[in-house]
Design a protein. Structure first.
Lengths: 367, 91
């Protein structure tokens, strides 16, 4: 086990305030087993958790969900975060955010809004979200945000239904007044994995989209910051998932479970601690789940002797588990993985299915 | 982009300088970004108030640090240009 002194303080916290959400995006990063409203932490507990996070060294807090604006106390929680010195980022669908609540959030000293856009065309965007009228609603929220002088990020998740418009999404973000855009190719966990055959684009479509977005980076330098999360299944090396397991950030679920990442609960045998019983600092430094894959001691070959082991940390543990059956294996996205060739085949087969129907992310849907 | 001597750089809402007691250092916080700020950067960023011009900021710092004006001007311009590209400073 890694010595406590060698563990850096946490820099970011993702607060999943609720799993309730009006949208049904088929690549949602929430788990398949969504937590019920009755199990959500109450306001006083969230405030304590935010105070403890700030004391432990957290800088950015991401107020997320589900849709965080369905919590009646969202403005009060935001104000509390500001009081304890946290930088607040509201990750919202925009649906459920009315003018009164928006003004309350501005008043509460919210620092930044990240708004999701499902596509650059209304009909397609609303189909992907599983919600009629969502696209139009989002335009209005973007307008309010810019008018209030708040920095706006547009988050655009790319997959087969919208990948032809990847560059158009960046242009739309600029038109909406965003200072930053995240073009994030779908990650295949949870809902994304269930819907992979309906989401996976072809290699050719992916390469065209990636090149088009990269070209815009140079063209709009100083106008918009483009963060590009490149597609996994077509890569040579894995992503440095979460910048390394339990190195920078943690997630708190609606019921208070503290996770190293969104999908960590898919790994069997990990023991997660809950903020109802322990403080944030106790959990960050002591939770068995956090210490399971810290450092490099847990690695097997080819990671253990690889000169990239502290660049990408062996990729993603959850993906290694999902695709190889062992979370300690090299993420098979890596070309050094013996299973790497299969990833290309999976992607090609899924891309060729032409599947259209999504299993929408819903509270009662069972995978 | 190269900021001119008359521009008045300022931090937009959503970008702020914070002294972090846990790590014992100054940080510039922005959407999804944290940049460590050394003492010179802190001195520059604190003066980016939308009132003072770049030229006035350079004058202030040249005096405060008793350093050649052209050296300060080069460093300040580079820092402000870099932050503007990252959309952490508005010109």
């Amino acid at each position: 086990m890694i010595a406590r002194e060698a563990i850096p303080a946490p820099a970011g916290m993702l607060a999943e305030l609720t799993h309730r959400c009006p949208l049904g995006c088929p690549y949602c990063s929430n788990p398949l087993e969504l937590e019920k409203p009755a199990s959500e932490l109450d306001k006083a507990t969230w405030k304590r958790v935010f105070s403890e996070a700030a004391e432990a060294g957290v800088l950015h807090v991401h107020l997320s969900g589900g849709e965080p604006c369905v919590r009646a106390d969202i403005a009060e929680l935001t104000a509390h975060c500001a009081d304890v010195g946290l930088y607040t980022n509201l990750i919202t669908s925009g649906v459920g955010l009315n003018r009164k609540l928006f003004d309350a959030l501005v008043e509460a000293r919210l620092d930044h809004i990240q708004l999701s856009l499902q596509d650059a065309e209304a009909a397609s965007a609303d189909r992907i979200a599983g919600y009629d009228g969502a696209f139009a609603r989002k335009q209005e929220i973007a307008h309010w945000t810019v008018e209030a002088g708040l920095p706006l990020t547009i988050n655009a998740v790319m997959h087969r239904a919208n990948i032809a418009r990847a560059a158009r999404m960046v242009e739309l973000a600029i038109e909406l007044g965003a200072r930053r855009v995240e073009v994030a190719h779908t990650q295949y966990y949870g809902w994304g994995l269930v819907n992979r055959a309906a989401l996976m684009p072809s290699r050719e479509e992916t390469e065209i989209a990636v090149a088009a977005v990269e070209a815009l980076r140079k063209k709009h330098d100083g106008v918009i910051v483009i963060d590009h999360v490149v597609p996994d299944y077509h890569a040579r090396y894995p992503k440095a998932c979460m910048s390394g397991w339990a190195r920078r950030t943690f997630n708190v679920t609606p019921s208070g479970k503290v996770l190293p990442c969104h999908a960590a609960e898919t790994i069997p045998g990990l023991e997660f601690w809950n903020v109802r019983e322990k403080s944030v600092a106790e959990i960050w430094y002591g939770s068995p789940a956090f210490n399971a894959y810290r450092g490099v001691e847990w690695m097997k070959e080819p990671c253990r002797s690889c000169d990239r082991r502290e660049i990408d940390f062996g990729g993603c543990r959850c993906q290694a588990l999902a695709l190889t059956g062992d979370a300690c294996n090299t993420d098979p996205i890596c070309e050094k993985s013996p299973l790497h060739a299969e990833i290309g085949s999976i992607a090609a087969i899924d891309a060729a299915t032409g599947a259209q129907d999504y299993r929408y992310r819903r509270m009662n849907a069972r995978a | 982009m190269t900021p001119g001597p008359d521009c008045k750089p300022r931090l937009p809402r959503g970008v702020r300088l914070k002294h972090d007691a846990v790590r014992g250092e100054w940080l510039l916080l922005a959407p999804e970004r944290v940049i460590k700020a050394n003492p010179v950067a802190v001195a520059v960023i604190e003066k980016c108030d939308g009132v003072r011009s770049l030229s006035e900021i350079v004058d202030d710092l040249a005096q405060a640090y008793q350093a050649p004006r052209e050296t300060i001007e080069r460093d300040v311009t580079k820092l402000v240009a870099d932050l503007a590209t990252k959309r952490m400073v508005d010109l």
